[in-house]
Design a protein around this ligand. Structure first.
Ligand code: VGL
Ligand code: ZN
Length: 209
């Protein structure tokens, strides 16, 4: 569905980092395919923020921290936590943005997941669902009226960022061909059902004018 982009539309580019691309420690299939699409759409937005997954070594979301197998889940203080291979460790090459990403006019880079004991898929709210990152305040103060979201991974960080943008009251659009998913135990299908339930619209890059 066509969307005319105006000066009060924000683009949030989620976690386009080396560890989520082929060759990375938590590679999303075809993850680097989002890079040219993000590069193409980003210049149309005046308000652009990028999120960066940014974990300390020994993070609660790392399977190695619990001597458990990756892609299993454990119960932690704030609920169920999927355990991942070590990824996006602060200051490592894997945590850097994909080298092909060309979004020089992005004004805000929001790091998340930096607390040792709390994960944060969402760019807005940590996994305890209580601690705000500040991104909503940033976008609000910039006068954002609609939020467009792209990046990695569709069914985790893109999804939770979209849910929280909708909860904050913004109309939300996920640019699907600028996203790729992990699809762990049906997570992609559940994500699309949640998007429908919450009125989050799925669009493609060619819908943007
Ligand atoms: C992500 C799993 C763990 C994501 C981040 O960016 O979707 N997924 N950390
Ligand atoms: Zn992470």
């Amino acid at each position: 569905m066509r969307q005319v982009i105006g000066g009060h539309d924000a683009l949030v580019v989620v976690d386009v980092q080396n560890d989520f691309c082929p060759g990375g420690s938590l590679a999303v299939a075809d993850g680097d395919a989002v890079v040219p699409v993000v590069n193409e759409i980003a210049p149309r937005f005046a308000i652009v923020a990028m999120t960066q997954d940014w974990h300390p070594a020994g993070h609660i979301s790392f399977a190695s921290t619990h001597r458990a197998d990756p892609f299993t889940a454990i119960d932690v203080a704030y609920g169920s936590q999927v355990l991942w291979p070590d990824h996006c460790v602060q200051g490592t090459a894997g945590a850097e943005f994909h080298p092909g990403l060309r979004v020089p006019h992005a004004q805000a880079i929001l790091r998340k997941g930096y607390q040792p004991g709390i994960d944060s898929y969402s760019g807005f709210r940590e996994a305890d669902r209580a601690t705000a990152t500040g991104l909503a305040g940033y976008l609000r103060e910039r006068g954002t009226q609609r939020v467009f979201i792209c990046g990695l991974a569709t069914d985790f960080c893109v999804a939770w960022t979209a849910f929280d943008a909708a909860d904050a009251g913004w109309p939300v659009f996920v640019v699907e061909d600028a996203c790729r998913g992990i699809d762990l135990d049906g997570s992609l299908e559940r994500t699309f059902a949640e998007f429908a339930r919450r009125g989050i619209q799925r669009i493609s890059a060619s819908d943007l004018e």
